[in-house]
Each structure stands twice: as structure tokens, then as C-alpha cells.
Design a protein around this ligand. Structure first.
Ligand SMILES: Nc1ncnc2c1ncn2[C@@H]1O[C@H](COP(=O)(O)OP(=O)(O)OP(=O)(O)O)[C@@H](O)[C@H]1O
Length: 262
């Protein structure tokens, strides 16, 4: 597998609707994501963010246009185990401990070209050292999401796709998890595509923020976030950070005015 560049050219995705014209979930999407970059996707509900992730990961196919991941088709990249995925709700196996949930996919999905990282140490680094043998039912939402993130990074994917992973968490837990996500990412430098509804989260995490609008789902703006890394908590009070938040807010306001929110 080469470097994890993601290329999308003229990508279109339609969904059939009973007795209605086809819904254009994505239209004419052109996007290049450089290897090792952290890219966030933000936009109103229904603008196609999750659809974009499903196309990149090969779960669905585009109706027009071309997508390559590491110069492979998304399906080939999926077969080569290029992807890690963290959904909004963590989907842990309820009968396995935190450690069991993190190690099981590694045993099943092991890639021969990757060594096995120290998963226990990764769990300790994100504050789960005391909870290694707890079952998911005994964990808070934030602890479950930490487990899911370590599970995804543990497979050392070339591309990590995260679909609003912190959407259900309170502000402070969310900020703590952002910090831990960035630390894990700095160690692995996977290419990350991160869907969020939060402006400050997109600015804090990303090298580049892609703004989308609905009906039809499309890219309306791409904003580079040129803030130094590592980005610790204090950065969110800096004037530069605030300026990026304002720029992104303006761009999003345009995106919301482009289409009816569904
Ligand atoms: N399997 C499907 N069948 C039919 N329509 C679909 C399907 N999946 C998505 N859609 C439609 O495609 C559009 C884009 O959906 P998608 O879930 O990608 O949006 P989103 O930006 O991720 O939304 P949200 O922020 O609410 O999660 C929506 O209008 C949705 O109703």
C-alpha cells in the first residue's frame, strides 16, 4: 500500500426515492486529501457527510466520478485493511471487557506488515488504565468512545474515518477526547476524515476543513487551518483560533442558506 492519499473527482451519489425523482446525496464532488492530514467535514444535516465516508470506505459505490484511496479503488483499499472507523455510537461488544474489545479486532484483522502496538499502554494513555477489565455497560459515554478510538488506532489504519464520534458528549469530555485523539494521531499520522457539527472542534483538530451544503450535497468551501501543533487546550482561547472560528461560521452560514435543512 502506498501513501494514504484520497482522491475524489466528479463524484455523484444518487438514492432512489419511491414515486419521487432520485435524491442527489452528493453532486460533482472534487476533493484531494493529502497523506497524513487531518481533514474535517462540516455542514448542515443531510448534506452528505456520512455518504462521503461510506463512499471513501467502499461501503457504497459512486454513481459517477472516480474515487481512489492509496491509488486503489475504495473496495480494494478496504480489502487491504486500509480503514479504521469510529461511528457516533461506539458499538462495543457487550460481553467483552475494554481490553477484549480492543484486542479482538486486532487478532481477527491483523495486517502482516504492521507490528502489534501496545494496546494496554494506549488504553492507559487515554485514561482507561483502571477500566481495562470493565464491561461496556459499566462505562460512561466518554469511556466507551475512548475505547472505540483506541480500537480503531490499534489496527494502525492508513485512513481513519470518524463520523461525529463526540456528538453525544458534554463539552468538557469532548475537549478531553479531542486532546487524546490528537495525541494518538500524532503517533500514527494516519490520514483522518472526521465528520463534525462543531465549529470549534473542526478548527481545533484539522489541517483543513471541508464545508458542505445540501440539496444537492456538495462542497462549498475548503478552509486551511494554519495553527501550530501540538494544539493543546489553551489554543482555543487564542485570537487566531477565534478568527478561524469566525471564518468557518461565515462559510457555514452560506452553506445553510444554500439549501433547505432536512
Ligand atoms: N440509504 C439511503 N437511502 C436513501 N436516502 C439516503 C440514504 N442514505 C442517505 N440518504 C439521504 O442522502 C442525504 C445525505 O445523507 P447523509 O446521511 O450522508 O447526510 P449527513 O450530512 O451525514 O447528515 P447528518 O448530519 O444528519 O448525519 C440525505 O438527504 C439522506 O436522507
Amino acid at each position: 500500500m502506498g501513501s494514504a492519499t484520497i482522491e475524489m473527482h466528479g463524484v455523484r451519489r444518487l438514492y432512489e426515492q419511491a414515486d419521487l425523482v432520485d435524491l442527489i446525496a452528493l453532486d460533482d464532488v472534487d476533493l484531494t486529501i493529502e497523506p497524513g492530514t487531518f481533514v474535517s467535514i462540516i455542514g448542515p444535516s443531510g448534506c452528505g457527510k456520512s455518504t462521503l465516508l461510506r463512499l471513501i470506505s467502499g461501503q457504497e459505490s459512486a454513481d459517477a466520478g472516480k474515487i481512489t484511496v492509496c491509488d486503489l479503488t475504495p473496495k480494494e483499499a478496504a480489502e487491504a485493511k486500509a480503514f479504521g472507523f469510529v461511528p457516533q455510537s461506539p458499538a462495543l461488544l457487550p460481553w467483552l471487557s475494554v481490553l477484549g474489545n480492543v484486542t479482538l479486532p486486532h487478532k481477527v484483522n491483523r495486517r502482516s506488515d504492521r507490528g502489534r502496538p501496545d494496546l494496554e499502554a494506549m488504553l492507559r494513555d487515554v485514561g482507561l488504565g483502571e477500566s481495562l477489565h470493565k464491561l461496556p455497560a459499566e462505562l460512561s459515554g466518554g469511556m466507551k468512545q475512548r475505547t472505540a478510538i483506541v480500537r480503531a488506532f490499534g489496527l494502525r489504519p492508513d485512513v481513519l474515518l470518524l463520523d461525529e464520534p463526540f456528538g453525544a458528549l458534554d463539552e468538557f469530555t469532548r475537549e478531553a477526547l479531542q486532546e487524546q485523539l490528537l495525541e494518538l494521531w500524532e503517533q500514527t499520522r494516519a490520514t483522518v476524515v472526521f465528520v463534525t457539527h462543531s465549529i470549534s472542534e473542526a478548527v481545533r483538530l484539522s489541517d483543513r476543513v471541508v464545508v458542505m451544503a445540501p440539496r444537492p450535497g456538495r462542497i462549498t468551501d475548503v478552509i486551511d487551518i494554519d495553527l501550530p501543533r501540538p494544539r493543546h487546550q489553551e489554543i482555543i482561547t487564542s485570537p487566531q483560533f477565534h478568527a478561524y472560528e469566525l471564518a468557518l461560521r461565515d462559510s457555514l452560514r452560506d452553506a445553510f442558506s444554500h439549501g433547505e435543512v432536512v
